[in-house]
Design a protein around this ligand. Structure first.
Ligand code: SF4
Length: 409
């Protein structure tokens, strides 16, 4: 399936050069399906290759602090839970668990290691300036004490089921992600696959006994109805994954673990599972067709403001981005236009493409320059209304703004 498409080039119209659009995924996940359905263009551009920009896969992502925090908590929990069950602990509060945690260096040390791993992924990202990187590093280091509390809170609500055959001393604290029959015990980060549907999912904690499987998904953000849908999909994957669940054990509990409470989700009946199976098959078929298009459709909407690839999306610049005149004082927005001239040591005049209005763009320091005569897209400018010149159109560039050069329209 990975080779369903021939190489498809997409002209982004900016100096990053063309995008090589991705093939239709061999496997979909809950989140990738949702993303393709929300906006096929975003799905495709985020996963495309940009050989003129960098060698890594996908469009470089800007750091998303809530997402990084979630990954740190997940990563730390995986390490700790694996170590505890490997040592045969039934609870993180027992004396033997304290020894295991001490050997790991404690909660904060584990969180620090997983944070370091996440931060290393930002190395070489051409969209992150040195200033921005420093801000991100500092913000996440300051958050570590909170991370420690969150990790402890999740663990304190867990009941662990050691595996019938304990692993030998010195076994790795991260289990290999290979697939095998999942029988008794607690299993962190297990991949479930419904091959006939081409859908997979990574379950945070799977606890299996003779009665069946309890599936727990850890969420570090606010509660949302979509989390229940995700759990119901995991119930379907467990039911249909004959490699992981060869004994056809049923699901006995579905739990969403939030930072301060657990929410139990109703287990789908056989009939509901059959309905969900048919619905997922139809969604996969539609998603395949949407992302296989030569120009995947753009769905302009509320999601555009936080879209990582909006700088490359012509539909957004035609109908989604705001005009300066409509933005309130202090509001953040994106602007496209031609740089007319330097106005002062820290200001430039830009003619907005859609309105033809002249905008005064203030820059953070004198060495910050804009290319005169060129068309640019500036992501993340701040609207400023000067009380002495209420009609003047003014916007400020900051150290986290991003400037893209438009090379064709
Ligand atoms: S900016 Fe909006 S329309 Fe364009 S890719 Fe992103 S989400 Fe889709």
């Amino acid at each position: 399936m990975a080779e369903l498409n021939e190489m498809r080039l997409y002209d982004t119209g900016i100096s990053h050069g063309p995008a090589v659009l991705p093939a239709v995924p061999a496997m979909w996940s809950y989140s990738s399906l949702k993303e393709a359905e929300t906006c096929p263009r975003r799905f495709a551009l985020a996963r495309a290759d940009y050989p003129d920009l960098w060698k890594q896969r996908g469009y470089p992502r800007l750091p998303n602090l809530p997402a990084i925090k979630g990954d740190v908590v997940h990563g730390a929990l995986q390490i700790i839970v694996t170590a505890l069950i490997t040592a045969g602990c039934v609870s993180p509060r027992t004396a033997d668990a304290v020894t295991v945690l001490r050997d790991l260096g404690g909660y904060t040390a584990v969180a620090q290691r997983t944070l370091d791993e996440q931060l290393r992924r930002l190395d070489g990202n051409p969209r992150i300036s040195a200033d921005r990187r420093e801000q991100v590093d500092r913000a996440l280091s300051d958050w570590l004490p909170e991370a420690r509390e969150q990790i402890q809170s999740y663990l304190n609500r867990m009941t662990l089921h050691p595996h019938p055959t304990p692993a030998p001393a010195g076994a790795p604290t991260r289990l290999p992600l290979k697939r095998y029959p999942i029988r008794g015990g607690t299993h962190p980060e297990r991949e479930l696959v419904a091959a006939h549907l081409r859908v997979k999912g990574r379950v945070d904690v799977l606890s299996v006994d003779a009665d069946g499987a309890e599936i727990t998904d850890t969420k570090t953000g606010a509660e949302a109805p979509t989390h229940r849908d995700q759990l119901r999909l995991y119930a379907l994957l467990w039911t249909d994954d004959r490699e992981s669940n060869p004994d056809a054990l049923p699901v006995t509990a579905l739990v969403v673990a939030y930072p301060h409470r657990d929410v139990v989700v109703a287990i789908p009946t056989e009939a509901e599972l059959a309905e969900l199976r048919a619905e997922v098959a139809a969604r996969v078929g539609r998603a395949d067709a949407m992302v296989a298009a030569d120009r995947p459709a753009a769905v302009v909407g509320e999601q555009c403001g936080a879209c990582d690839v909006r700088g490359l999306c012509d539909a957004y610049w035609e109908g989604g981005a705001s005009n300066t005149v409509d933005v309130v004082d202090g509001g953040w927005y994106d602007v496209e236009g031609t740089v007319l001239r330097e106005h002062g040591v820290k200001s430039w005049v830009l003619r907005e493409r859609r309105t033809g209005s002249d905008l005064l763009v203030r820059t953070p320091h004198p060495s910050f320059t804009l290319p005169v005569g060129e068309q640019v897209r500036i992501l993340g400018v701040k609207r400023t209304i000067d009380p002495d010149e209420a009609d003047a159109l003014i916007a400020s560039v900051t150290s986290s703004s991003e400037i893209l050069s438009v090379v064709s329209r």
